[in-house]
Ligand binder design. Structure first.
Ligand code: NDP
Length: 528
């Protein structure tokens, strides 16, 4: 098995070679998996194999967890000061920044994200995340409590925010996440895989935890390249371990492990449920879950229609619709419905699909054959949902077919004539498929928008600030955007209500995921 990958890029936007090991990264070294398992990594734009990388089994996870536990006790955790942890995170941020083009090229190659968006948004977001949490590393602090009985003349009470220990991080393939910015003609795009992993690792490390991370079986390349930067940054061996592997073996092993103290997960609600069960069956480890969504995008008659169309396009079609917060249910008030639909359709028709390395591409391929069309167990996939929309009587207004003959491309797809109980309205599709629905009143649209088991995000378009505030506060969702879509902020908490998640990523709130709060009481002179 070749243990190093060299990929030569010769594309219109990037030319150069990237070389890195394709083994497991455990205890600061690249090592072969114990059972010599490998997986073929596919380029979703061509369906061709890019590389063969190692995959870890349950035993490899145990070795990685042991390395993390030892590192945590001996060289990290309470042994390293906040400023020193901060320095290492800043160093890693600098290295990621210096390698932006390499990482963006790997993202485009392996995930199908456009190179330009990865370079302009995704990887810079990972850099910002590392710097943001580097800034927190020396500000992890408790409180002196003076209320009630805690602090009196003969007794002091205060809290310490201590690291939890070993954190297991499990992330999906879709992309590290959600920072959008204007690209060309207001085509907006969110952020991806390196950021997703970094979003878990950066706060975990800032708080003094060690980590064992598992990227998706489909997208290990940028994570493996990141390991070379982690080595170069000088983190003590074992503090960060990255083990590519399958969800039902390596992922499950992380969740069932008795030494791991916490699992930070992003992925589907179905897998989130399994993680919660595994945590309950094992050592009751803490969990934070960022799960699926079916976000409503509500556009009132008084909205700026041109802007609403542009944001709605980005909200559902950016990143191939593979965005947890995708505005997949678009509710448009009756007075502007026809105008909106005509403009929205026109824009969707003119989105460019194709090579992620072309500077003109807006939409790349879906990640995999499985995601494209293979339903597994209870999970339908994108083409299957399109068929179900037609079978249930919705009108296929635009698209609905494979684009081209090579790669997993799906045409931007719009359904109209949808009913609240149709699968395309209720379930997360995770592809470029929008359901556009007409509504009459504010009360009616709030009820429809909340008619879902998900509660990740929502958007509201209106010029009436009172209405914006009312709707934002009445929608059951962890994030509400007013007059834009899909724009999480590093400093603000991100996470779902209802079955969209448990706990918050990003901002100061994320630190709660990675610290144990200890109450300390000191007796100064109290005698019994
Ligand atoms: P999955 O839930 O299928 O997988 C996510 C991760 O979990 C992968 O690494 C996967 O491994 C792993 N996994 C699978 N089964 C298990 C298991 N039994 N135990 C432990 N780990 C397991 O999600 P997808 O990869 O399909 O990602 C898409 C989903 O992620 C969508 O539902 C989307 O909404 C959600 N998501 C949520 C976000 C949020 O912040 N709320 C952001 C982005 C995506 P493997 O790849 O090998 O199967």
């Amino acid at each position: 098995m070749a243990s190093t990958l060299t990929h030569q890029f010769d594309t219109p936007v990037y030319k150069g070679a990237v070389t890195f090991p394709t083994q497991l990264f455990i205890n600061g070294e690249f090592v072969d998996p114990l059972d010599k398992g490998t997986i073929d990594v596919i380029n979703p734009a061509t369906c061709k194999v890019i590389a063969r990388v190692s995959v870890g089994c349950r035993k490899d996870i145990e070795v990685a967890v042991q390395a993390a536990r030892t590192a945590y006790k001996q060289h990290w955790g309470l042994k390293v000061s906040g400023p020193d942890r901060s320095k290492l995170l800043h160093k890693l941020a600098d290295l990621v920044e210096a390698n932006i083009e390499h990482l963006a090229a790997l993202e485009a190659l392996n995930v199908g994200k456009t190179f330009c968006a990865a370079k302009a948004v995704d990887i810079p977001t990972a850099v910002s995340l590392l710097r943001y949490y580097a800034g927190w590393a020396d500000k992890i602090q408790g409180k002196s409590i003076q209320a009630c009985l805690s602090t009196t003349l003969d007794k002091i009470g205060f809290t310490r925010h201590e690291p939890i220990g070993v954190v297991g991080a499990i992330v999906p393939w879709n992309f590290p996440r959600l920072y959008l910015r204007l690209q060309r003609d207001s085509a907006l795009t969110p952020f991806r895989l390196v950021s997703m992993l970094v979003m878990k690792l950066a706060p975990a490390l800032a708080c003094g935890n060690a980590a064992v991370a598992k990227p998706s079986e489909f997208t290990p390349l940028s994570a493996l390249f990141l390991c070379t930067l982690i080595q170069e940054a000088g983190f003590p061996p074992g503090v960060i371990n990255i083990v590519p592997g399958y969800g039902d073996t390596a992922g499950q092993a992380i969740c069932e492990n008795m030494i791991i103290d916490k699992v930070a997960f992003t992925g589907s609600t179905l897998t989130g449920r399994k993680i919660m069960e595994a945590a309950a069956r094992s050592n009751l480890k803490k969990i934070s879950l960022e799960l699926g969504g079916k976000s409503p995008n509500i556009i009132f008659d008084d909205a700026d229609v041109e802007q609403a169309v542009k944001w709605a396009i980005s909200g559902i079609f950016a990143n191939q619709g593979e965005i947890c917060v995708a505005g997949s249910r678009i509710y448009v008030q009756a007075g502007i419905y026809d105008d909106f639909l005509q403009k929205f359709t026109h824009s969707a028709q003119h989105l460019r699909l194709g090579d992620p390395f072309s500077p003109d591409t807006f939409q790349g391929p879906q990640i995999s054959e499985r995601q494209f069309e293979t339903p597994i167990l209870r999970r339908k996939r994108v083409m299957d949902y399109i068929k179900s929309g037609q079978a249930e009587g919705a009108t296929l207004h635009l698209g609905g077919k494979r684009h081209g003959t090579e790669g997993y491309f799906i045409q931007p797809t719009i359904f109209t004539g949808c009913k609240p109980n149709m699968k395309i309205v209720k379930e997360e599709i995770f592809g470029p498929v929008a359901a556009v629905m007409k509504f009459a009143t504010e009360e009616e649209v709030i009820e429809q928008a909340n008619n879902t088991t998900y509660g990740l995000a929502c958007s509201v378009f209106t010029k009436d600030i009172d209405r914006a505030m009312r709707v934002a506060s009445n929608i059951e969702a962890g994030t509400a955007w007013v007059n834009f879509t899909n724009w999480p902020d590093l400093g603000l908490p991100f996470g779902g209500f209802k079955q969209s998640g448990v706990g918050k990523d990003l901002g100061e709130y994320a630190l709660e995921n990675y610290t144990n709060v200890k109450a300390v009481l000191i007796n100064i002179g109290m005698k019994i």
